[in-house]
Design a protein around this ligand. Structure first.
Ligand SMILES: [Zn+2]
Length: 117
């Protein structure tokens, strides 16, 4: 998943091991090499100073309730996933306040999980 949309400055943390990771360790799967937890990615918006935490999943790993971020808009609004339908080789993902987006199952997706301090 190295082709995922990244922010210019990011830090990577495993919430289970409570340790910081480097890009090389996590960029293939976005999971901790040791305990396989989803890595928390911290970004700081250069214009607003907002500190945003996110996780990275393949579209096939998304769940209802995840907060979907569009590519290039990691520091912008996120959209609640209301439902996911599979048809042929595509996933139709219903986003609250937006509508439906269609993705192939191996598309990497950023999901907002909150803020950080
Ligand atoms: Zn870990």
């Amino acid at each position: 998943m190295s082709k995922i949309n990244r922010y210019p400055s990011e830090t990577y943390m495993c919430p289970e091991c409570e340790s910081t990771k480097i890009s090389d360790e996590v960029e293939d799967t976005w999971r901790c090499p040791k305990c396989k937890s989803l890595i928390h990615v911290h970004i700081e918006c250069q214009t607003t100073g907002d500190r945003i935490a996110l996780i990275r999943k393949q579209a096939s790993e998304l769940d209802e309730g995840d907060l979907f971020l569009f590519n290039g808009k990691l520091n912008k609004e996120s959209y609640l996933i209301l439902g996911i339908k599979t048809s042929k080789n595509q996933l139709a993902i219903g986003l609250k306040g937006w509508g439906q987006v269609k993705l192939t199952p191996n598309t990497p997706v950023n999901c907002r999980i909150g803020m950080w301090e």
